[in-house]
Write a protein that binds this ligand. Structure first.
Ligand code: 13P
Length: 298
């Protein structure tokens, strides 16, 4: 049973931390991020890009996530990251995921609002929470997105659309970008504070890789309750594979399971550091109890 993304993020907001939403790539990375959450006693959102859904298939990724999170002492939610494609949303809603990010930032505002309301009606009928993106987060994430800002709305507009559509979480532009930062970002925790004063929807920080612990804390104190991390997983995964392969070549030892072990350890360590930085460590069991009080997992 997957945990509710909304219940987890509400718990985080009430207790002054953010739930890590970590993009995974395969069974190895799913097990590593769950192991990090268990080690640190932290709640976790396992996050999956549309590209990964397409490469593994909804059924297999759902099954792997279900088995990896079953009977763990910490709650684990399963979330679909940036998805402009309604057919993929249909699929994961039917598969019983916790939540979806309907990314309507490629639409004009009127169309984005109409379609977001439709997605909310469909998802809520199945007990699935909805994150909404109207402005685009800068940067291309697994083939979705743009390197230029397509829309900029006022916080009042964002809050009004959120109230009318009934979304559960908001992904506003906060000065961050997906991928490695090429220049120092101009961060906008002020927008989080303004939005939090206008709406009680949960606020999500995208583009977590490359920000400092102090940046995370500033955003959490401003009201962010979910922080997305993807690039850090990819780089720790690939760099440890690269190191292992160099060692294998030097020693003439080609043993895939020992490379998997190295990769799993590297990903677990990288994610564990973020769990501490988001102040999520130590809140896992307590968040699991909040899920039970809220009526159980979905
Ligand atoms: P990074 O790749 O910069 O960590 O961003 C992750 C993200 O926001 C996924 O939606």
């Amino acid at each position: 049973m997957f945990a509710s993304t909304l219940t987890l993020t509400r718990h985080a907001r009430e207790h002054g931390y953010a739930v890590p939403a970590v993009n995974i790539l395969d069974d190895l990375s799913i097990r590593a991020v769950v192991a990090a959450a268990v080690e640190k006693d932290a709640p976790l959102i396992v996050q999956v890009s549309v590209k990964t859904v397409r490469s593994i298939g909804t059924e297999l990724v759902t099954t792997i996530a279900r088995l990896a999170s079953a009977d763990q002492p910490v709650p684990v939610a399963l979330h679909l990251d940036h998805c402009p494609d309604r057919a993929v949303i249909d699929d994961v809603v039917a598969a019983g995921w916790s939540s979806v990010l309907f990314d309507a930032s490629d639409r004009d505002l009127a169309t984005a609002e109409r379609e977001t309301a439709e997605v909310v009606a469909q998802a809520h009928a199945a007990g699935v929470d909805v994150e909404s993106e109207l402005e685009n987060i800068i940067g291309v994430e697994d083939g979705v997105g743009s390197d230029v800002a397509l829309h900029a709305y006022t916080v009042e507009q964002l809050a009004e659309v959120a109230e009318r559509t009934g979304v559960d979480l908001l992904a506003p532009q906060l000065g961050t970008a997906h991928g490695e930062y090429k220049a120092t970002p101009v961060l906008r925790p002020d927008r989080v504070r303004e939005l939090a004063a206008l709406t009680d929807r949960q606020i999500v920080l995208h583009g977590g890789t490359g920000l400092s612990e102090q940046d995370f804390r500033t955003f959490i104190d401003a009201g962010v309750s979910k922080i997305n991390i993807s690039t850090a997983v990819k780089t720790s995964y690939m760099r440890s594979a690269e190191q292992h392969l160099a060692w294998a070549r030097a020693n003439g030892k080609w043993d895939p399971p020992s490379m998997f072990r190295d990769i799993g350890k590297a990903v677990q360590e990288a994610v564990g550091t973020h769990l501490d930085e988001f102040r999520a460590s130590g809140h896992g069991r307590e968040a699991a109890a909040a899920i039970t009080r809220a009526g159980g997992a979905r």
